[in-house]
Design a binder for this molecule. Structure first.
Ligand code: PSV
Ligand code: MN
Length: 388
């Protein structure tokens, strides 16, 4: 097994982007349970994200969702983030909550609706200039509910044309990232339902376009690590939206439902050169904390990713290769499982301490008084929420 000292440099480079919306209230279509101390504006969301970074050293950027995180002055939000030791990251567009988009946005049959959706993305790119963001992430709710409802082929062509217009506005150092999702809100066909469709669309755009893989967006039992391998092999894995799912797009804490799947994914990330700032693969969370506390939920999440990354890095590649070449099925599997079953928590606590971070960030958060402080301060105003 590779020793922990050998991987600490790679761990030091790990960065996991937090979603601003994870700090707002969220729920299901049945109920949203509000929590005390929840941010009332993007400035307070950024402050909560900065707290996660302060205690873990793992989350230097926070993703924005437009219009949820619209502000008058993005330069001010950027400076606020910098003051707190973080930066603004990916800008997520949102074409799923406006009345006009009932039947779609970039793939809509009506050119006027497509125009509105394209303009929204052009505005997002302008915002990226002000926030200093690299990535525009597009997830589309576009699709149909009934066979025959619309012409899937025409919609795909419209989508390609709309994306091409958006891509033309993407700056030299910026990227477009297209996220896919098997279903929801559309239940018959989604216009970007799978990685193959996203891949085909981004390849047609050019070298600054990539696929975003949200771990909750596949059919049950899909081999997600295979997709990771393939996209890395093809040079088009742009980002992850990490979360856990038991059933559909559950948006639970990453690594909670199936830690072994997270390990398998990270093994392929390491194998394919997807780790580190120069890899071009952005690690993001896309989660909602409906019943658990939000800031500790995010701390737990980034720690889960770090723990599983450490285990993936510890995988003894030479022993694995040798077993694979020898056709030693069980030997290879054992090498793989040895890495998965390694408890890296004590070594990571030491590693954190050596970098001036708390050994136990969850306990440090509880002891920090931050939760009590924001609960006392954030009184009045409207709490932020997913979709508000
Ligand atoms: C859609 O389900 C999605 O995964 C997209 O990334 C959205 O931006 C996000 O969720 C909103 O929570
Ligand atoms: Mn997502």
């Amino acid at each position: 097994m590779t020793s922990f000292e050998n991987i600490s440099g790679q761990l030091a480079e790990q960065a996991i982007e937090l979603p601003s919306w994870a700090f707002g209230n969220s729920g299901t279509r049945f109920r949203v349970f509000g929590q005390p101390g929840v941010p009332r504006d993007p400035f307070e969301k950024v402050a909560d994200a900065a707290k996660v970074h302060e205690l873990t050293g793992l989350a230097p950027t926070v993703a924005l969702h437009i219009p949820w995180d619209e502000v008058d002055d993005y330069g001010k939000l950027r400076a606020h983030a910098a003051d707190l030791g973080v930066a603004l990251g990916t800008v997520n567009s949102n074409t799923f909550q406006d009345e006009a988009y009932k039947l779609g946005s970039l793939a809509h049959r009506d050119a006027a609706v497509r125009r509105k959706a394209i303009d929204h993305h052009l505005r997002c790119i302008e915002i990226m200039g002000e926030t200093g963001s690299r990535d525009l992430k597009i997830w589309l709710a576009d699709g149909t509910n009934y066979a025959g409802q619309d012409d899937m082929r025409t919609r795909q062509d419209h989508l390609a044309d709309s994306l091409a217009e958006i891509y033309a506005a993407i700056g030299e150092d910026q990227r477009l990232v297209l996220e896919y999702k098997i279903f929801e809100p559309a239940f018959y066909s989604m216009d970007v339902p799978d990685w193959g469709t996203s891949y085909a669309q981004v390849v047609a755009l050019g070298p600054k376009a990539f696929v975003c893989l949200d771990t909750g967006h596949h059919a049950p039992s899909t081999n997600i690590e295979f997709i990771v391998m393939q996209l890395l092999r093809l040079g088009r894995l742009g980002s992850f939206d990490f979360n856990s799912r038991n059933y559909a797009d559950d948006d639970l804490i990453v690594g909670s439902a199936d830690p072994f799947q997270l390990f398998r994914i990270l093994v392929e990330v390491v194998r394919g050169g997807g780790l580190g700032p120069d890899s071009g693969v952005a690690f993001m969370l896309d989660q909602c904390h409906n019943i658990e506390a939000k800031i500790p939920g995010q701390i737990r999440s980034v720690l889960n990713v770090q723990e599983m990354t450490a285990r993936a890095l510890l995988l003894d590649r030479a022993a694995l290769d040798a077993a694979q070449l020898a056709g030693d099925v069980l030997g290879a599997h054992e090498v793989f499982m040895d890495a998965f079953q390694t408890d890296v928590r004590p070594a990571l606590a030491d590693w954190r301490e050596s970098r001036g971070l708390p050994r136990d960030p969850m306990a440090a958060y509880r002891a920090s008084g931050y939760q009590q402080q924001v609960e006392a301060e954030r009184v009045g105003g409207d709490q932020a929420g997913w979709g508000a």
